[in-house]
Design a protein. Structure first.
Length: 104
């Protein structure tokens, strides 16, 4: 009887290890990998900013790029105010589709 219990316990440890491995693989492909792709796309967008691009910051400020430096960007808001912000504070591009949706 004890021999049967020992064999069952040893096999259960290997099965548990396989299950944890499968769970990690699922998390990687459904959570970690897509997030890495988004981060790469956001970084590429920030690196390719040019004067005249319309952007939205992570704080919700809409503006037009006036000057781009290594780590900062100067933007002009709708009322003519100029703001100097970090590139990392830029959330996305403010596209024509977004403008059309706001006016509806």
């Amino acid at each position: 009887m004890k021999l049967l219990q020992a064999a069952t316990t040893e096999g259960g440890g290997f099965g548990t290890l396989i299950m944890f491995g499968l769970i990690f693989v699922v998390f990687y492909f459904f959570m970690i990998r897509p997030n890495q792709k988004k981060q790469k796309a956001a970084k590429a967008f920030r690196e390719n900013l040019d004067k005249g691009d319309r952007i939205v910051t992570i704080g919700g400020i809409h503006g037009k790029v006036e000057a781009v430096k290594d780590t900062t960007v100067t933007i002009t808001t709708e009322d003519g105010s100029k703001l100097k912000i970090e590139k990392s504070a830029i959330a996305s591009e403010f596209t024509e589709e977004a403008i059309a949706q706001q006016t509806k």
